[in-house]
Design a protein around this ligand. Sequence first.
Ligand SMILES: *Cc1c(COP(=O)(O)O)cnc(C)c1O
Length: 354
Amino acid sequence: MVIKDLVAKGIFEQSGYIAPELNCAIKMDANENPFTIQEPLRKKLLEEISRVDLNRYPAAGAPELRERFAKYYGVNKNMIMMGNGSDELIQILCMTLKGKIKGVLVPVPTFSMYKIIAVNTGNKVVEVPLDKKFDLDIDAITGKIQDNFPAMVFLSFPNSPTGNFFSRKKIEAIINKTPGVVVIDEAYASFSGRSMLSLVKKYDNVIFLNTLSKLGMASIRLGFLIGNKDIIAQLDKVRLPYNINSLSQTAANFFLDYQDEFSKQIVEITKRREELYQGLKEIAGIKPYPSRANFIFFSCSFDSNRIYNKLVAEGIIVKNLNIPPLMSNCMRVTVGNKKENETFLKALKSATPK
Ligand SMILES: *Cc1c(COP(=O)(O)O)cnc(C)c1O
């Protein structure tokens, strides 16, 4: 048996997503919320979870969550679909919306899962570099758009790892030009004070994606998608019936019940982000970029791999993005709590060459 002959070519040739298995005390690599749920809320959540009938299948399609999120966003519940993380929704989109040329367009750098999932589901991927300000290069993108291509354009708003917004005018230009669907992924929008959700109501080829992963509930794997109900009806055929387990549905309902608590954390994180940005600016050889998200992208004027290893040795993990030519010696650090940010800044400062 030759494995290579059995595996789809695109899958065999790509390396997949690498989630590091490092045991670091300070985790600032995955853009999680640094705050855990405190008593008495923690007890309340456990009580609700203890009432779940583990012998039963979960409610198919998570109807209660669909209804609640639909109400929150002011859309009809047939315009919303829940996923096992937004990663699953990206996968369902890539399995369902193929177009004639089976192609996906992504700006780069952006969230790496778009490409990985698109390739794994048999799509061709066209990557278009962002301009110098990390905004969309509209001429290059429209140059790639043909009659039946691409079936989808993925845009992260704000973008990861760069942390900035794309301009609304450019986003709308792409929506108007593309023969397919534009997916606007707002995983970080809660930290930015802005949303492009209104575009879903204005255009029938826009799909909005969001997730609880960056807001304090990464463990439960809950994402959701809002868009044209006729597209959702097709996506729903591909979704596995019980994709959101009962424990996650319970925890997501809890999130909605206590949204004010989570919102306070978001306000706190955005405040800490500005402190972290100032701290990074003060370190010689480090250039941070302004961020609208819960992380900061920065470049180093020296070898970032060495810095990364020194930070890991201190028990701090960040995302090393030393990927030339677009991101030479770049890193992304998640905004942590006050103590984590201070520890990180101190360690970074002492890791930089004198
Ligand atoms: C983290 C992230 C996601 C993935 O979210 P999950 O719901 O955890 O699968 C999607 N898009 C972007 C841009 C992200 O950064």
